[in-house]
Write a protein of this length. Structure first.
Length: 446
């Protein structure tokens, strides 16, 4: 066999006495757990050598065993045949669509970026929006369409949601694409009819839950000032008892981050999936200084939550949920799908790049190709690849955090070509997440 190479970028962290979590941050394979012999064999390929020379070097072990280990290291992309292979990214053929069905909401969450009003999406506008979605889906050869119902509080307009689903099913069939649905809700509204609709259409439900009891109620109150935790907890249990696919969206601020360890413990004990989001300052919340956080405090409570996870390792991976916009399952070169395969429609049918910048209109539902207009736009959010961000080019984790949220980075630094203002948090947490995944794989034999 020709010379094999161990990339200098390989990252390894020890798991106890005899095992390591290992990954090549620039290739497509996930984290791998290796034993000490595999580790030593891998290290022997510092500057490129042949498998034959490696087998001779480890002659105290059966040649077949060493050969099998080398094959496993190649399969895991911890070794490869090229000295400087190109990073491989997965191109998505999934069109993600945010449908802002209403500006109305029964809560007054402190960090919300939506200006509240009674405005909602009409059925006529909804029909035009669906037509425009599939014009772009056909033109850009999308294989699936993912509709996300949001607001405001979308469950206040459940009749509109039902109508959209009914017309979407026909359009998806005609365009020969798969379709799926999610609803992003505060979890305070759940009646029998809505539950039937959710189950009928296999809708995924993402519920905002920011802590247990008072930690949640500090941030997510009803319009009359009452906390919403008890209502959310009751409805969450109904969804789980009904076998509905759901997860928790946890937004962390300076007000509630201390409650993260207990919330994670609750989620793991109830076997509820969750995703952690860091608060993003916006025009509606900019004056609420209690929401901002100090990096060292955030890191402290995240690590405490990670210790909770280590004591209760789940069978499912948490690689993509533990560090805000960073996704560690496979390398990628953009933080999100903004500007590539993402559309945001407001109640009037206007199109934006991101829901957090929904007032920045790029085009409308009347465009012959709204996605094409979004892709070409040079005025709104510029979701640069991480290779275009000068401050990220030397970072080992650049293909996992990709420089963070582009909108937040621009608001904080005035530039899209900058690393995330939360870079220090990512660098502190990502190694811990790699370690947790290694322990999980070691425990369950993955």
């Amino acid at each position: 066999m020709s010379n094999l190479f161990r990339p200098t970028e390989n990252y390894m962290i020890k798991l106890g006495k005899d095992h390591y979590a290992a990954l090549n941050p620039y290739m497509s394979s996930p984290i791998t757990v290796i034993d000490k012999l595999s580790h030593d064999i891998l290290q022997s390929f510092n500057h490129g050598t042949s498998s034959g020379n490696c087998i001779k070097h480890f002659k105290q072990y059966p040649s077949r065993e060493v050969s099998d280990i080398i094959t496993g290291l190649l399969d895991s992309e911890l070794l490869y045949t090229e000295k400087n292979p190109k990073v491989r990214f997965k191109n998505s053929r999934d069109l993600n669509v945010w449908l802002h069905v209403t500006n109305n909401c029964n809560l007054r969450c402190r960090y919300c970026y939506v200006m509240k009003s009674r405005q909602k999406l009409s059925k006529q506008t909804a029909s035009s929006i669906i037509d425009s979605i599939y014009r772009s889906a056909r033109k850009h050869r999308m294989e699936s369409v993912h509709l996300k119902f949001a607001g405001g509080e979308p469950t206040l307009c459940s009749d509109t949601i039902e109508y959209i689903i009914s017309i979407n099913e026909e359009c998806a069939k005609s365009a020969n694409v798969d379709t799926r649905y999610s609803i992003l809700t505060n979890g305070t509204i759940l009646n029998d009819h809505l539950l039937r609709v959710i189950k009928k259409h296999d809708m995924h439900v993402m519920i905002s839950l920011d802590g247990l009891a008072n930690f949640h109620d500090k941030q997510r109150k009803f319009a009359d000032g009452r906390g919403s935790f008890s209502v959310v907890e009751t409805n969450l249990k109904k969804l789980l008892d009904s076998n509905v696919s759901c997860n928790l969206s946890i937004t962390l601020t300076g007000e509630n981050v201390a409650g993260l360890p207990e919330l994670v413990k609750y989620a793991l004990s109830e076997k509820i999936d969750f995703v952690l989001n860091m608060y993003r300052e916006n025009n509606c919340s900019i004056n609420d200084k209690d929401l901002t956080f100090k990096k060292e405090i955030f890191i402290r409570y995240f690590k405490e939550a990670f210790r909770v996870i280590e004591d209760r390792l789940p069978r499912t991976s948490l690689l993509n949920v533990l560090s805000d916009r960073a996704a560690l399952e496979r390398p990628h070169n953009r933080t999100c799908s903004v500007g590539t395969n993402y559309l945001v429609f407001d109640c009037k049918g206007n199109v934006s790049k991101c829901q957090m910048d929904i007032r920045k209109v790029i085009t409308t539902m009347n465009s012959s190709d709204p996605l094409g207009e979004v892709i070409k736009d040079k005025q709104g959010i510029q979701n640069l690849t991480v290779e275009e961000k000068d401050e990220c080019k030397a970072c080992i984790w650049r293909y996992y955090c990709t420089g963070g949220c582009p909108l937040m980075t621009h608001r904080k630094t005035g530039s899209y070509n900058s690393k995330s203002p939360d870079c220090a948090i990512y660098k502190a947490l990502i190694p811990e997440i790699v370690r947790l995944e290694g322990l999980r794989l070691l425990k369950y034999g993955g």
